[in-house]
Every structure is written in structure tokens, then in C-alpha cells.
Design a protein around this ligand. Sequence first.
Ligand code: 7RM
Length: 640
Amino acid sequence: MSYPYQIKSLDEYHDAYKKSISDPAKFWAAIAENFLWKKKWNNVLSWNFTGENAPQIKWFEGAKLNITENCLDRHLKDSADVPALIWEPNDPKENSVTLTYKQLHEKVCAFANVLKNNGVKKGDRICIYMGMIPELAIAVLSCARIGAIHSVVFGGFSAQSIADRINDAACNLVITCDGAHRGAKAIPLKPIIDDALLQCTSVKKVIVYSRTHTPVAMMKDRDVWWEDEIKKVEAQGKTDCPAEEMDAEDPLFILYTSGSTGKPKGVVHTTAGYMIYTTYTFVNVFNYQPDEIYFCTADIGWVTGHSYIVYGPLAAGATSMMFEGIPTYPDAGRFWDITDKFKVNILYTAPTAIRALMAHGLDFVKDKKLDSLRVLGSVGEPINEEAWQWFYKNIGKEKCPIVDTWWQTETGGILISAIAGVTKLKPSYATLPLPGIQPAIMDEKGNEISGNDVSGNLCIKFPWPGMLRTTWGDHERCRKTYFDAYPGYYFTGDGCLRDENGYYRITGRVDDVLNVSGHRIGTAEVENAINKHTNVVESAVVGFPHDIKGQGIYAFVITEKQNGDAELTKKDILETVTRIIGPIAKPDKIQFVKGLPKTRSGKIMRRILRKIAEGETENLGDISTLLDPAVVEEIKREKV
Ligand code: 7RM
């Protein structure tokens, strides 16, 4: 593969940026020429961010394609034997697996035929709940091969969360594993699916891949083994699977993400624009060179894995690594061992992982070579200066640029980031918008602030090909959430500042969304879960600074009875949250309180609770409008 659109100098960046603003349609059409189409588009872009049915966004209208032909088939001519995926298992003693483009193509075709044999049709929704094994990538691509819409649910979500997601999208098939290996633990997956499916009538089939060989209950007429089904298609001689012709704007996947309300939204991405945007940004941000080994440590259960393990890298013909385990197993040198073992050139990880490894000390780094590394990347939350410097010095040996990539589930791909080797870096700054991205900083009155050295809420004022198109089953919710606050703009939910040189620094969420170890969790979701406990009357959840996780979860809880064992009640609450959402949403701190600071209209003053959780005792702001200012004193006194 060659990348004629790869930016090689700052001048080229400025030139590309200018062109992308003055004539976006021409700019993106030229990039689209580098992809494989069954039929080209009639119109590059039509859009509307305002009006009753907003947003209306169509990229490459009239075009026909299949994303897997771009990720697989088109590489078979020149790169059939290039590794597409390299998989490293949880246990370093187990063998790694390499799948060349040819092998991955075969596996995807075979499993796509399994899906067809099990009744899956274009437009069907498929829930995927698996660990980080090659079959997860294969399952995702197989759905795309036949035009089924995948909805991957991260392995850390509970049966209840899965059921909610399956029911919201009315999925008719689930792909899962018996279990998953994560560090020293084996996590059951199929039993969790079984619990979830007690609440889901739409699911007719479950395909189970055996990874951990732990016992599972296979239900007659519903559950089948992945391996048996593959044998069937082989016996039927169904080795190939023609790629379904998809419209540019046909949905590719749904991915649920948390917002300020209790119910996660199914963010919908479509085919052509998403493909072009993830590929373009992958090639440019990481400055990917043919034959390089690229390792993104994210889980495919999150958007980073979708865009920058699977679709972007594969469409670029890259070699993408997948890791099943965790950064600290068997010890805190695991990422560096993998880097040396496979001579990784590009490493893309999260600040929370960097901080966790930093806390283990340099003993786990000192004997590692790390000389293959050329580019480092960060994603998921603001990277603090200390973690940035540690990563830069000890891992990159002061030779590798760190690209701090800001983006969201909704944006599909990276919007603000340095371009490796091109953009001058500034620690803790995401730096500059990529070509095609028009950021706007808004003031309290809702007006755009021009000029540099300013701060406010971050919006984007023009569509880009990778942006979300709707939220599944509720377009109005999409409009209200992202296009209502600042008419004519996409609102990100993040605060940011623009320095004197026009560099952006993302300061964090300005809504009720927490970022815990890079996982997005709504405070309302956690409150709803806590409130399900029989002894809980009311709760309020806020974030607080956490050394490793970035943010921790602090819950203020009013209970009905206070005469029991308080410690046990706390554990009961944690268990409740684990049941309702999953272990990733468990509060780090629970404080029992008699009342919550409320306004006279009954609204909880989270600002005050946030300050208390942060350890602030003096400047809590104006509390005179509270219904009962005395509760604040009590909460301060009994802070945990
Ligand atoms: C890719 C992803 C999105 C939220 C976003 C931000 C925060 C992500 C950065 C960042 C500062 C970054 N999708 N965020 N990357 N903040 N610098 N480089 O994380 O939907 O799960 O989260 O994450 O608050 O709005 S996400």
C-alpha cells in the first residue's frame, strides 16, 4: 500500500488543512479515490446540523461498497502474506497467532457463512460479547461482510447492561465465548450472556467460541459452537463469501456510550465516511509506514479498538497487534516484553495504563530494549504532564513523538492530535485539529470565541466523514444531546483551551460524565444502580481526582435504616452496581449521609459535592440558596 495522502511536513499539513476547509468535498473526494468502490458517489456531502430532523449528514451519497473488501480483499493482490493481525495471548507461555491478510480473509469468509447459515441477513443486529481474541476481530468483520450491524459490548459489563443493549437494538444473534482470560482471572462470559438472555426475546441464536474450556450450559435449539459451525461450512465447501453491496450510508455498527442521562446511547456509524476517516487518520496521525508493527492496547469493546485495531489499520493494509491480557500480568513489564518480542514500531495506549505502570517503578523497564519504537500514542483522557514525561523518557527514550489523540465514540476517529514527526509537541496538549476538523470554542452565552489564548466549551462546526449519524432508535435524542446546546454546532461535552499558538488542550468533561481509567461512565447511571438497593433512599455520584484511574467514583448515599453493619451495606451497594452496570462502575468511595445539598427546587448541587470529594473544605461557593445548608457541614465532617 502507498498513501498518497500521507502528510510529511508541517507545510503539507497547513496546505491540507487549508484545502479541507476551503473545499471539503473536493478534499475528501480525492482521499476517497484511494479506496475500493463497487460504485462511486453522486454527491460527496449533504448536511444540516439544525432543524427538526437534525442532524442530517450524508457522505458519499449513492456510493456502493463493502468495508471488508477494503480491509481484506484489496490487499490480497500485493500483500496476501503480510501479517494483518498478530495476537498475543494473556499467558506469555502460550503461542501467539499471526494471521496474514490471506488467512484473515479466509477466516472472515468462513465465519460470515456461519452467520448466514444461522439465518443472519443484511441489516440484522448482532451483539458481540467476547474477550480479546482473534475471533473477536473475525466476528466483527464477518458481520460487516454480510451487512449485519454489530454491537460489541465490552467484557466488563453485567448481564443487565448486555440485556439493555440487546433489547434496545433488538439483536437476533449473540456471538460470545465460554470465558475470557484476563491476568490471573478467568472471566465467565457465556454464563453472563445466559443471564442476560432471560430478558431478551429477540435473540434466536448464540454462537460460542471455546477459549477457556470452562463449563457452559448450551441450550438446545439456541446455542451452537463456533468450531462446529465452521466445520459445517467447510463440509459444505463454502470457503468464499461474496461481500454484500452496502450503501455508503448503511449502518456499519452501533456502539453504546454513556452520557449525562441514566441510559446509554447507541451511537450509529455508517460505512463509507467512517472507513475513509479512520484510515486517513490512522495513516497520518501515526505516520504509518508499510511493514511496520502497530500495537494498540485498547479493547475492541471500545471505539478505539473498532477504529484503530480493526477498521483503520486493516483498510490501510497495516499489521495490527491484539493483546488478550492486562498491562500488569505476569508483571508490569508485559507491554515492554511484547514490544521487544514483536519489534513494535508504534504503540498506542492510555494514560491510565501509563500511570499504573509508572507506579510499579523502572525495574520493569530497565532490561527492555524498546529500540524498535518510533511513535507513541495516548488516548482516552487528558494525559498529565508527569505521565507524559515518564512515557517520553523511559519508553520512547526521548526519540519517539507522543501523539495525544483527542476524540470520542461519537466522532468515529481522531479529531485533534499531533501528526507524528510533523507537529511540534507540547505535553498535555492534543495540539492541532486534523484536516477537515473545524473546532469552535464557545462562551457561556453560546457564542463562538475567536482568537487564541481562550477557553470554553468545545464544539465542531462542520461535518467530518467519521462522525455519528444518529443514536439507534431515537434520532431526536441525538439532536438533543449533541446539536441542541449550540445551534449549528456539534457539542462534544468537553471543555478546552486554545493557547497563544492555536494549540488545543482538552480539560475534561463539562457534563455529568466520568472518565474512570479511560472508561466513560455517567453519574446518573451509577446513581440509578445504587438506588436499586433496597436500603437506599437516594444517592449522588461525582468524580474525584485519582492517581491511577484519572477519576475515581465518589458516591454520597442516603440509606433508610442506619442500624445495620455499615461496611456490609457498602459491599452490598458495590455488588448492586456490579450487577446492574458491571465491575467497571463500582464506586471507589461511599459516604453515608443524612441529606444531600439541594436547591429549593430539589436539584442536587453537584458542584458542592464535587468540591468536597476533591478535598476542598473552604471555598464551596454560594450555599445560601440551599434548602438546608446544614447538610453541607455534616457531609464535610464525615468525608471518607
Ligand atoms: C476515544 C475515546 C471520549 C471522552 C472525550 C474526552 C476524553 C479522550 C482524550 C480525552 C483529553 C485526550 N472515546 N478523551 N481522549 N481527553 N485528551 N487525548 O476515549 O467516547 O470513550 O471517550 O474521553 O473527555 O469526550 S470515549
